[in-house]
Design a protein around this ligand. Structure first.
Ligand code: FES
Ligand code: FES
Length: 174
């Protein structure tokens, strides 16, 4: 069995928002800290560091994960998407647009995590209900908005996705 001291550096390689990152990190380094400190991707916010607030949520191989509960070494070889990966060619993601239109944020601290969970939800459920959105949001703490605008924004994109499927089958790209 190989013993790794907590101070020994370990090489990690992962694709983040389509770009390959290779760094040497301490085995105890959290994925959230790796993203923010080593990759400069500070859009991923860190609130509680205990898996409670959801602010640090990112996608790991397409699944929403709390990056404060995962070590960077556990993400070795995986594909990560952070909030910085949502906008394409200078165009905001449909969810980002909807959040803006529905006034779904105030301070914005919780927003990146909620966006990433919503992206996962929309990609796995083509017939999203308000209750399912509320259930997802039960894992995210927002101290400002009261959630109404957030629910409306996600519903708006879910409805457009359903409409798209009805009319031309293309849906909304999430
Ligand atoms: S910072 Fe990760 S859940 Fe709160
Ligand atoms: S907008 Fe401030 S915590 Fe959600």
């Amino acid at each position: 069995m190989i013993k790794v001291s907590s101070r020994e550096m370990v090489e990690v390689r992962m694709k983040i928002n389509g770009q390959v990152y290779e760094e040497r990190v301490e085995p105890r380094k959290l994925l959230s800290d790796f993203l923010r400190e080593d990759c400069g991707l500070t859009g991923t916010h860190v609130g509680c560091e205990h898996g409670v607030c959801g602010a640090c949520t990112v996608l790991v191989n397409g699944s929403a994960v709390r990056s404060c509960l995962m070590f960077a070494v556990q993400a070795d070889g995986k594909e990560i998407m952070t909030v910085e990966g949502l906008a394409k060619n200078g165009q905001p993601h449909p969810l980002q647009e909807a959040f803006s239109q529905c006034h779904a944020l105030q301070c914005g601290f919780c927003t990146p995590g909620i966006l990433m969970s919503a992206v996962e939800l929309l990609s796995t459920d083509s017939d999203l209900t308000t209750d399912e959105i509320k259930e997802m949001l039960s894992g995210h703490l927002c101290r400002c908005t009261g959630y109404k605008g957030i629910i409306e924004a996600i519903e708006k994109v879910a409805n457009r996705q359903k409409e798209g499927e009805k009319t031309d089958g293309s849906g909304v790209t999430v």
